[in-house]
Design a protein around this ligand. Structure first.
Ligand code: NAX
Length: 328
């Protein structure tokens, strides 16, 4: 059989972790013929470490044939040793009375340390996906803290937003989710993101032509996708976990195994195209093949889209400004 791939997951005892680990171990992320070793990171806190042990007991009890090993860690340098894939899920949530700026700062410290650890001990080809919020800026910080690794290996999760948009479009058009292609979600993983349906098709036909409702796009669709995370919290009393884990699986699976020509959205360091300053981690359409993503280039940006893309960009520039002093 193939040599095992090492997968690090941080925040492994959290609710996304609980929805994610079993699917990785069952082969849904890296393939049904690909053995995996899980290297799990949690904060040193006794309760978190104990909860992590409990999750590992359950992983044991699944007797997954592809699970070739697993270990629990409280130090990123141990957890990231030789990893091929790193899912950075753990982050500090906003506490009572905490300002947005404080939140940026505590997370900047976490992702600086984890970026450095990846830089020092991970595989030189490690594929990094940041899920923990603010995901794009955390990915930016980790990337900047890992100068010896290729910048393109650092990505942020926009796939949940992409999938949320797909399902809204399928419901509105009455077409199957699987038939919708060429959807884009530009920008930050936050309510400012811009789901762009201008190029979307169903069986080769224009989706906008089928839906034919500009007001719905502007006044219902875009805000619904943007506020979906809040709507889930409102309904469930907890933030999205299973759908977030599912999106992380989709993101890494497509990156490693290929998207078969389909466009998918990934938050990746900008190459300067589409007017996005180089290095900013921004949601863009990509296709993936042989373990590499390629940006979809040359799309026309109209006035409405330019405004939306600049709006979500301005939030990212502000976030970057807020952590700049920590990166020196
Ligand atoms: P939980 O609070 O259930 O779990 C987070 C876990 O991370 C906790 O067990 C905590 O002990 C651990 N942790 C905190 N700091 C850590 C560190 N420095 N090293 C290792 N572990 C650490 O949160 P959960 O619901 O699992 O969400 C995790 C993160 O995903 C949050 O930041 C959340 O905002 C973010 N999300 C991002 C999404 C995206 O699309 N990019 C969507 C879902 C989710 O809201």
């Amino acid at each position: 059989s193939k040599p095992a791939m090492r997968v690090a997951v941080t925040g492994a005892a959290g609710q996304i972790g609980y929805a994610l680990l079993f699917r990785i171990a069952s082969g849904e992320m890296l393939g049904k013929d690909q053995p995996v070793i899980l290297q799990l990171l949690e904060i040193p806190d006794e309760k978190a470490q104990k909860a992590l042990k409990g999750v590992m007991m359950e992983l044991d009890d699944c007797a997954f044939p592809l699970l070739a090993g697993m270990s629990a860690h409280s130090d990123a340098r141990d957890a990231f040793k030789d990893v091929d894939v790193a899912l950075l899920v753990g982050a500090r949530p906003r506490g009572p009375g905490m300002e947005r700026k404080d939140l940026l700062h505590v997370n900047a410290q976490i992702f600086t340390a984890q970026g450095k650890a990846l830089n020092d001990v991970a595989s030189r080809n490690v594929k990094v996906l940041v899920v923990g919020n603010p995901a794009n800026t955390n990915a930016y910080i980790a990337m900047k803290s890992a100068p010896d690794l290729p910048a393109k290996n650092f990505t942020a999760m926009l796939r949940l937003d992409h999938n949320r948009a797909l399902s809204q479009l399928a419901a509105k058009s009455g077409k199957p989710v699987a038939d919708i292609e060429k959807l884009i979600v530009w920008g930050n993983h936050s309510p400012t993101m811009y789901p762009d349906t201008r190029f979307a098709t169903v069986g080769g036909e224009s989706l906008q032509g089928i839906i034919n409702d500009e007001a719905w796009n502007r006044d219902t669709f875009i805000p619904t996708v943007g506020k979906r995370g809040g709507a889930i919290i409102e309904a469930r009393g907890l933030s999205s976990a299973a759908s977030a884990a599912n999106a992380a699986i989709d993101h890494i699976r497509d990156w490693v195994l290929g998207s078969n020509g389909k466009w998918v959205t990934m938050g990746v360091p900008s190459d300067g195209s589409y007017g996005i300053p180089e290095g900013i981690i921004y949601g863009v359409p990509v296709t993936t093949t042989n373990g590499e993503y390629t940006r979809v280039e040359g799309l026309e940006i109209d006035t409405f889209s330019r405004e939306r893309m600049d709006f979500t960009l301005s939030e990212l520039l502000e976030e970057r400004e807020g952590v700049q002093d920590l990166l020196k």
